[in-house]
Design a protein around this ligand. Structure first.
Ligand SMILES: [Zn+2]
Ligand SMILES: [Zn+2]
Length: 276
């Protein structure tokens, strides 16, 4: 496992864009896109993306996502920030992968407007609340949980609906991990699917504040990504403007040590590479 060295802010010459932020419409976050744009400009971040969770149909009590009838409000809040904000704001969305919704609903929602980028992510599974000290967290169960998660990640890539994989190995969120041998068996096929889909993978720094205590994805996975020339973006997964760009200094050091010299920049779902 790689130890993350925390570098001082003064050693950090240029900020990457922050392509993962949440507004108050996600219920568990605060503030508007304009608030985020102002906070990002103060930090010197060159560009942000608003990426609230995609609404789901017939969601009776949404706890992490806007309701379907709030989608137009979301678009207008982002447009307001684009018109008035001091830091450029991209129109994004975090589209949770659901097998039952990929054929039709998600595509139709994405077609309703011209997004700059679409994050694809997995949020459901026992990894979300299973703790390592839970008696049911046996090595066999943890291994199966990871196998299922990365099979689903390959499905997500195969759906060809998303531009960037969010928090790629969030299955490690609470610290339940399989052996290195299992990891080497199950992760590369998912990365092959991502590479074939032409998707990027996000360096999500929120993991540094979870029990996982490292970015999503790990250094080992970054090295496998680099071998496949999978582009990277940076995302704080901020739920308040003060979190924009959080931990980007050690994250930039991490990706550089994995061999990356560029990051992906998006406009209207077209990816281009810019220097780190
Ligand atoms: Zn997420
Ligand atoms: Zn998120």
């Amino acid at each position: 496992m790689t130890t993350l060295e925390i570098s001082s802010p003064s050693s950090f010459s240029s900020w990457p864009a922050d392509y993962h932020t949440h507004t108050y419409l996600c219920r568990h976050a605060e503030y508007t896109p304009l608030d985020y744009s102002r906070a990002a400009a103060e930090k010197g971040i060159p560009e942000i993306a608003c990426t609230d969770h995609i609404p789901f149909p017939n969601d009776p009590a949404p706890s992490i996502r806007m309701a379907l009838d709030e989608f137009d409000l979301y678009l207008s809040l982002v447009r307001e920030a684009q018109a008035q904000g001091p830091c450029p704001v991209l129109l994004g969305v975090e589209a949770d992968y659901r097998r039952d919704l990929v054929d039709g609903y998600i595509q139709q929602l994405l077609d309703r407007t011209d997004f700059d980028l679409v994050l694809g992510s997995l949020h459901t599974g026992p990894f979300w609340d299973l703790m390592p000290d839970d008696p049911t967290a046996t090595p066999e169960f943890v291994e199966q949980m990871w196998r299922t998660y990365f099979l689903r990640m390959a499905d997500l890539a195969d759906a060809r609906l998303f531009d960037v994989c969010s928090h790629f190995d969030i299955v490690k969120r609470n610290g339940c991990r399989p052996s290195e041998k299992v990891l080497a068996e199950i992760v590369p096929p998912a990365l092959d699917a991502v590479a074939q889909a032409g998707m990027a993978i996000e360096i999500n720094t929120s993991g540094l504040e979870h029990a996982a205590a490292e970015c999503y994805p790990s250094m080992q996975i970054l090295a496998w990504m680099q071998e496949r020339s999978i582009p990277i973006t940076f995302g704080s997964d901020a739920h308040a403007p003060s979190q924009v760009g959080r931990h980007f200094e050690p994250a930039a050091d991490l990706v550089k040590s994995a061999g990356y010299t560029t990051r992906a920049s998006f406009r209207k779902r077209i990816c281009r590479q810019v220097s780190l």
